[in-house]
Design a protein around this ligand. Structure first.
Ligand SMILES: [Zn+2]
Length: 89
């Protein structure tokens, strides 16, 4: 009889442990929720590469105005084209 009693107690203990485990697992799932999905990397725009990027360097283009008399292109800030015979001041 002692062996049967031990087996019965063992079965009850296993049952109790299993019930406790499932109960806590249910609480955990309720509060924490399902595991989140792995974060996906955001879609990144393809970077320009190769000669296209080399030619796309930012260039400073000065605004030029042609000299009305001699036709030389001057920057808008210049007052004289540099020619010795330029009539501009
Ligand atoms: Zn000029």
């Amino acid at each position: 009889m002692g062996l049967l009693l031990k087996l019965a107690l063992f079965g009850v203990a296993i049952y109790a442990v299993w019930k406790t485990f499932s109960r806590w697992k249910g609480l955990y799932d309720r509060f924490v929720g399902p595991p989140p999905e792995a974060p996906r990397p955001p879609p990144t725009a393809p970077e320009p590469s190769g000669p296209q990027q080399a030619g796309a360097r930012p260039r400073i283009i000065e605004e030029t105005v042609p000299c009305k008399v001699c036709g030389a292109y001057l920057s808008s800030g210049a007052t004289q084209c540099g020619r010795p015979d330029c009539p501009l001041p």
